[in-house]
Design a protein around this ligand. Structure first.
Ligand code: SF4
Ligand code: FES
Length: 248
């Protein structure tokens, strides 16, 4: 395949960025999108140019490090992370725009890399349990309804990539926050901090500058892990309950 890439280049957080066009020939349809960027970076390096900075780690859809907007869509045209997207999803001769996540709470650090530490601070504000750890407990000591276990697992699949924020016109991180609150709130171990958790995490979410949810649903459409929109309804129920109880 021969493709044309238009990539967001930005030296650092303080300088203005711009789209820069690169042509790439003989791209294998079986390459992942990130492997294609590796090939381009090798060519840039050999010609003495700065390689394109982009985040990645596992390259198998589990760590949540990668994330770019491809042709206006977070993670690109497939329901998968950018690292699991393959070049066969594009036509020969395609012109592909590659941009960083666009959100006020995710400032650009360099090129396609954004600062997602706001997510870490939301987790620090309540995304944990205080139950003592230690050796693995006997599996049936704490009975959990199958339905609850399944929903908790579904929410635990969130990898913290931030595509939901990038896709949301409000720049809201409600789907991410709701996934963490649901994951812990459905399990017995998550009950002691259930009310303080939702209050703390929502306060931090708003403090970081993420927008509010207006039920548009772009987040769930862009989510590579299929976190459903009703996870946010569950967060709202927990939040109203915590506020009404006055204990949080
Ligand atoms: S909810 Fe989905 S899109 Fe948002 S951070 Fe988690 S995995 Fe990524
Ligand atoms: S590099 Fe880990 S999810 Fe893409």
């Amino acid at each position: 395949m021969n493709i044309t890439l238009r990539v967001w280049r930005q030296k650092n957080a303080d300088e203005k960025g711009k789209m820069v066009t690169y042509g790439l020939e003989d791209v294998s349809a079986d390459m992942s999108f990130l492997e294609m960027l590796d090939v381009l970076n090798e060519q840039l390096t050999l010609s003495g140019d700065q390689p394109i900075a982009f985040d990645h780690d596992c390259r198998e859809g589990i760590c949540g490090s990668c994330g770019v907007v491809i042709n206006g869509v977070a993670h690109g045209p497939e329901v998968a992370t950018a690292c699991q997207l393959h070049m066969r999803s594009f036509e020969d001769g395609a012109v592909i725009d590659v941009e960083p996540w666009r959100a006020g709470a995710f400032p650009v650090i360099k090129d396609l890399v954004v600062d997602r530490t706001a997510f870490d601070r939301i987790i620090q504000a309540g995304g944990y349990i205080s139950a003592p750890t230690g050796s693995a407990p006997e599996a049936n000591n704490l009975p959990v309804r199958k339905e609850d276990a399944d929903h908790a697992f579904e929410s635990a699949a969130c990898i913290g990539c931030g595509a939901c924020v990038a896709a949301c016109p409000n720049g809201s991180a409600m789907l991410f926050t709701a996934a963490k609150i649901t994951h812990l709130g459905l399990l017995p171990q998550g009950q002691p901090e259930r009310e303080s958790r939702v209050i703390g995490m929502i306060e931090q979410h708003d403090h970081e500058g993420f927008g509010g949810c207006t039920n548009i649903g772009e987040c769930t459409a862009a989510c590579p892990k299929g976190i459903p929109l009703d996870t946010i309804s569950r967060l709202n129920r927990d939040l109203l309950g915590a506020l009404a109880s006055g204990k949080a």
